[in-house]
Design a protein around this ligand. Structure first.
Ligand code: TYD
Length: 248
C-alpha cells in the first residue's frame, strides 16, 4: 500500500498525513455511487473520499467490476468490445460474472474494511446489475436479487448516491477510448431502461438511495454529494484516524 496523495481509483492508495495506529470504532459506513454511464461516478467517489478525509474519516475507495486481482480481470473481459465473430453475451452470463467479481470484492476488500471501522466508497454495486442486466437486458429481477444475495451475503449499502442524468448527455461525455461494450453495443432504448431502472430502485428505497442531478458541474455535484452524505450518515461516520486508500 503506497502512501501519499493520489486521486485515482486505479491504484492501492493511502492518503495519510500522519500514519497512526487504527483505533477502530466499530463498523464503517458503506457508501455506493451508482447510475447510468457518464454520470461521473469515479470523480465523485474521489471527491467524496476527500471530503470525508478532511473530516477525519478513514476511507477506502474501490469500484465494480474490479477492486481485486480477479475483479479487474473480469472487468477486462466484461467490458471488452465483442469480436465480430462472437455471439452476443447472454445477459444472465453477464449477471453471473458481475456477481462473481462482487463476491470477491465483498469478501476480500469491503467486509474486512468495514469490520476495521473504515468507511468504504464503492463506484457501482448490486444496483448496477438490477439496472443493466435486469431493467435494461430483461433478466427477471427476482433472479438478480437472489444472485446478489448469494454474492454479498446480504450486505447492503448504508447510503447509495444515484448520479442521474439523461442518457444522451451521459453517453456524449465518454471519451472515445473509454467506451465499453455496454456503451458501444447496446442501443439508446437499453440505456433509457437502465436509467429508468435506477430511478425505480431509488423510488422503492428512499431511505437508502439519494438521487442527485449529475448534469451540473463537477464542483456543484460534489457539494450535493457531500451534503447528502453528511445529512444521512452523521453521526454514523466516526471521524478518527484519517486515511483514504483506494484499491483495484
Ligand atoms: P464503469 O465502471 O462505470 O465504466 P467506466 O468507468 O469506463 O465508465 O462501468 C462499466 C460498465 O459495466 C458500465 O457500462 C455498466 C456495466 N455494468 C453492468 O452492466 N452491470 C454491473 O453489475 C456493473 C457493476 C456494471
Amino acid at each position: 500500500m503506497a502512501q501519499g496523495r493520489r486521486t485515482s481509483l486505479g491504484r492501492s492508495t493511502t492518503l495519510a498525513p500522519m500514519p497512526r495506529p487504527a483505533t477502530t470504532a466499530g463498523p464503517g459506513a458503506f457508501i455506493t455511487i451508482d447510475g447510468p454511464d457518464g454520470g461521473g461516478k469515479t470523480t465523485q467517489a474521489e471527491r467524496l473520499g476527500e471530503h470525508l478525509f478532511a473530516r477525519g474519516v478513514r476511507v477506502l475507495l474501490t469500484r465494480e467490476p474490479g477492486g481485486t486481482w480477479l475483479g479487474e480481470r473480469l472487468r477486462d473481459v466484461l467490458l471488452a468490445r465483442t469480436s465480430t465473430a462472437a455471439a452476443p453475451t447472454d445477459p444472465l452470463t453477464d449477471a453471473l460474472l458481475f456477481n462473481a467479481a462482487r463476491r470477491q470484492l465483498v469478501e476480500e476488500v469491503v467486509r474486512p474494511a468495514l469490520d476495521a471501522g473504515t468507511t468504504v466508497i464503492c463506484a457501482r454495486f448490486a444496483d448496477s446489475t438490477l439496472a443493466y442486466q435486469g431493467h435494461g437486458a430483461g433478466v427477471p429481477l427476482e433472479r438478480l436479487h437472489a444472485l446478489a444475495q448469494v454474492a454479498t451475503d446480504g450486505l447492503t449499502p448504508d447510503l447509495t448516491i444515484l448520479l442521474d442524468l439523461p442518457v444522451e448527455t451521459g453517453l456524449a461525455r465518454k471519451a472515445p477510448g473509454d467506451v465499453t461494450r455496454f456503451e458501444a453495443e447496446f442501443d439508446l432504448g437499453f440505456h433509457r431502461r437502465v436509467r429508468e431502472g435506477f430511478l425505480a430502485i431509488a423510488r422503492a428505497d428512499r431511505d437508502r438511495v439519494a438521487v442527485i442531478d449529475a448534469t451540473a458541474g463537477i464542483d456543484e455535484v460534489a457539494a450535493a454529494v457531500a451534503s447528502v452524505t453528511d445529512d444521512r450518515l452523521s453521526p454514523g461516520i466516526e471521524p478518527e484516524s484519517a486515511r483514504v486508500r483506494s484499491t483495484r
